[in-house]
Design a protein around this ligand. Structure first.
Ligand SMILES: NC(=O)c1ccc[n+]([C@@H]2O[C@H](COP(=O)([O-])OP(=O)(O)OC[C@H]3O[C@@H](n4cnc5c(N)ncnc54)[C@H](O)[C@@H]3O)[C@@H](O)[C@H]2O)c1
Length: 356
């Protein structure tokens, strides 16, 4: 019988806990480096086993560990958990370097364990419908163009100063790894195409910022007592792509766009049709045909952000091996490679970088 534990009791861990409840999987333990965070999470979700010690995760009755900690922790703990025979659902990004990603992917194979990366956008109901539509290659035609955006406002100033601005914890990028990862996955998933080359331009609009009482502001000479911090990661990324069938594409990623809590959009143009979806109207998709017809497909029993977690986690625990649809460490590693290629391009004057 499956029994789950969660590492990291912050923002996203609650979506995992809710999804586990939906799936009827016992959430047995929670670990956080903060005793208070672990305790408050345990009390909310009715968990008896909690604390700061990672040893709790290695209880032999626990079959799967959900990793909901910041990215710098993922690589080491995944290796140890795989060695102990635990299945894993890890939050994105899988890890930092291409080498680490390939090693984790290989280790997952060798151990024969279930390993997923939480790229949940593909579990919006309309994602599978888009995949079906685009997959009807004769009707849709060869895919030529894939473009879109992912916009959020969370990093507009003032904003809390936290691990997301510390490269040793979050990695050297921010918009690309936090939101770009989802966009790369969803367009590859619905089109069945692979990104083969990227060219990127980053925008960091306040490299030096000031922090006061936990909040980060633009520099203001009048606030002399504030701590000055350097932020090296991007607020915005503009990325162009080449795909393995010859299609081209682009995406705008922004974490500083007013009015957008969580807006992911993509559009795919084939020879005969153009189809698109966005997360604010997530229960509908549109497709336009060559004779200027525009069609909207609506799902009256659709789903939302937390439902997409439920669907991914349900698929993880209950799908037969032959019908795996959740993103595995293969895809987790692939996304790490794309992120690193994007970075290499951005720091080299947007040169085209081929995916290895
Ligand atoms: N799939 C999604 O849509 C989505 C959304 C948000 C965040 N995330 C990902 O989830 C992960 C966590 O993000 P969050 O927003 O929940 O962050 P958060 O800061 O809200 O929570 C992180 C928690 O991890 C704990 N922690 C940090 N280091 C630890 C360690 N070494 N050992 C044990 N606990 C530790 C912190 O105390 C905190 O409680 C990140 O990888 C992030 O990219 C994914």
């Amino acid at each position: 019988m499956e029994r789950a534990a969660i590492l990291g009791a912050g923002f996203i861990s609650h979506s995992h806990a809710e999804a586990l409840g939906f799936c009827g999987i016992e959430l047995y333990a929670v670990v956080d480096r903060s005793e208070a965070a672990a305790e408050s999470f345990a009390s909310k979700w009715g968990i008896d086993n909690y604390g700061t010690s990672e040893a709790i995760l290695f209880d032999e009755t626990i079959t799967t560990v959900h990793i909901c900690t910041p990215p710098n922790t993922h690589y080491e703990i995944i290796k140890r958990l795989l060695d102990a025979g635990k299945n894993i659902i890890c939050e994105k990004p899988l890890c930092f370097s291409d080498e680490e990603a390939d090693e984790l992917k290989q280790l997952a194979y060798e151990k024969g364990l279930k390993c997923a990366i939480n790229l949940n956008v593909r579990y919006h109901n309309m994602s599978s419908k888009m995949k079906e539509l685009i997959g009807q290659r004769e009707a849709f035609g060869k895919v030529n163009l894939i473009h879109g955006k992912y916009l959020q406002q969370f990093h507009m100033l003032p904003t809390p100063y936290n691990w997301r601005y510390i490269p040793e914890v979050s990695g050297k990028m921010r918009a690309v790894t936090e939101i770009g990862t989802h966009w790369f996955d969803i367009v590859q998933y619905v089109t069945d195409l692979k990104i083969t080359a990227v060219s990127a331009l980053f925008g960091n609009f306040d490299p030096k910022r000031q922090v006061k009482e936990g909040l980060m502001y633009p520099i203001d000479e009048a606030k002399k007592e504030a701590e000055i911090v350097e932020v090296t990661s991007e607020d915005v990324a503009l990325i162009q792509f080449k795909f393995d069938n010859g299609a081209i594409g682009s995406v705008t990623l922004s974490e500083v766009s007013q009015g957008y809590s969580n807006y992911l959009e993509y559009e795919v143009t084939g020879v005969n049709q153009t189809a698109g979806w966005n997360s604010q109207s997530n229960n509908e998709l549109y497709y336009n045909t060559t004779n200027s017809e525009s069609n909207v497909l609506r799902d009256g029993f659709g789903n939302g952000f937390n439902d997409s977690f439920q669907q991914l986690i349900h698929s993880f625990y209950f799908a037969n091996e032959s019908e795996i649809s959740y993103p595995t460490f293969d895809e987790g590693a692939e996304i790490v490679h794309i992120c690193n290629a994007v970075y290499e391009s951005a720091v080299n004057d947007s040169k085209w970088v081929q995916l290895k």
